[in-house]
Write a protein that binds this ligand. Sequence first.
Ligand code: CO
Length: 149
Amino acid sequence: MKNKKVVAVAIAVLTTAAAAGMIALGGDKNNSADGMNNTEISQTENNPATQENSSQPAAVANQASTIEVGIEDYAYKPAAIRVKAGTTVRWTNRDSVEHNVVADQKSSDAPLSELLAKGKSYSFTFNKVGTYSYHCAPHPYMKGTVIVE
Ligand code: CO
């Protein structure tokens, strides 16, 4: 008998909750039928989207102004990077063999390093928008690209 009472009470509680839920849903439906409330809802939906959009350029602006590229196992890592104009890229050789960074199309806007011994770095600041492919002079199959936006 006690168990039946508990079940009955539980059903009563659930029924009450469901009824309350239906009432709440009904209230929402009534509100959204109101033109003023619809406007408020669409504004609430638009605001986070606007904030996201405006934060994207900020995230790019907050990017580190120096990007590291490793030279390891006869490869540039990462081989392709995308940076903002004004970004400095620093290549560091981690191989025992000497490597360098030579732009495929030589220009004052493109990188050109001496041969780098193990542990040595070369930095170049990309100020001009463009796509800069480069290679290692002693190992022309070592290729990399910097896309400057
Ligand atoms: Co090399």
